[in-house]
Design a protein around this ligand. Sequence first.
Ligand code: BG6
Length: 526
Amino acid sequence: MTEAPTLPAADIEAAVEAAADWENPLRDRGDRRLPKIAGPSGLVIFGVTGDLSRKKLMPAVYDLANRGLLPPGFSLVGFARRDWEDEDFAQIVHDSVREHSRTEFREEVWQQLAEGMRFIPGDFDDDQAFKQLRSAVEELDASRGTSGNYAFYLSVPPKFFPKVVQQLKKHGLAKAPEGSWRRAVIEKPFGHNLKSARALNKVLHDVFDPEQVFRIDHYLGKETVQNILALRFANQMYEPIWNRSYVDHVQITMAEDIGIGGRAGYYDGIGSARDVIQNHLLQLMALTAMEEPLAFDVDSLLTEKLKVLKSVKLPEHLGEHTVRGQYAAGWQGGEKAIGYLQEDGIDPKSKTDTYAAIKVEVDNRRWAGVPFYLRTGKRLGRRVTEIAVVFQRAPHSPFDHTATEELGQNAIVIRVQPDEGITVRFGSKVPGTSMEIRDVSMDFAYGESFTESSPEAYERLILDVLLGDSNLFPRTEEVELSWRILDPIEQYWGTHGRPAQYSSGSWGPQEADEMLARDGRSWRRP
Ligand code: BG6
């Protein structure tokens, strides 16, 4: 029997090393299907008693914990002007989680989360309270292993941003200890015009570096909004017709059936265009109109979005191509609804818009001459957000005109919410007729195609803050450019009359219908 030849030791060593070095595609390139889990960290919420915090932020934190996406020692610190102990705060979080969280309640998840909850009572200019905050953070580093990694969430009215940010600086909380991170999360509205946004940016950047700042536009956290880029750039079908040669116009609608609820203090004087068009709708427009980014990373996305925002051209006659409205009394879902001017806390002479519709163009080679109509409103017929890309009619029809009387324009409708999905509308022959063509729809619904339910926007965004992933957060330049678009419209409205009245439960003021009719078009009734 001959002995098997043995390899020289050096070759065996080299082979072992090579095997260890093997490029596991899942490990080395980071499998995007696997959920990313936040490292050791904590979240401090300023304005923890507010509506947003109760309805969205606290439930999102719990949902993340429940999905196993937070580190075991994750800590949540609330800061507000209340005479609470840690236990009172934990009880408030508990109630909000029970009422608003998306996932089921599990006692063991809750217990683990609750152990890391602290409350700091105080005013924003109370130095003592900020000293206490600093001690709480250090104590949590020691007891829960948060490693000095903290995000400060400013869920407070913009007039308090400068104070809170200054206090964080003064008390050494903004600067991360060696090897850790500190981040600031800023809720909208980011200013009320370009000037105020710039002033806020200045204050913010005096304390935090741009990479430390995460500005929230929660629409970017929605699955259906992220899917705009997937639809356009992961497929071959749509992009060739996504331009002025085929598209007639684009309608972006965010309609709400609710009124202003208890938010009079915030809303009056701000209005629907500043509340929604400046951020959510211009972001949706940028994603719909932008060119393909070089890569799916912050800089490439920002580059393309900025190009769109810079190309936006406002109509020459703002009086003809913009409309603002205010809801009057009416019927909503079978119930009588009061008008805006009768709402608690609203100045009965208020000129604040609760409805706004504007026409803009994106003045570049892809879109020149294609109007983008953006509208939003409270107390409209139903709650729906959608982007409808409406195509030109076929250039020629071999059918008798009676055959196509009921044929509309083809459209691709991205249904952002509710009923998330995409509809493609086109003409089809009606069975049994000699030749009659009518609109039909082809539908993709998230609920039917996927078993996983979509996380809430705030779950995604809070997790991204903790991971330091800023793809879904608008940058300074975007915010400022968006104000640059809206400012002239607001100035025009400020000096021209009052908002048109519309009945609660309707689809907005008649003037908005007339605005489109002048262009030979009409609004969709989603
Ligand atoms: C907020 C606005 O940004 O978005 C609110 O300030 C509005 O006025 C809300 O109601 C709507 O959000 P969503 O996710 O329910 O469409």
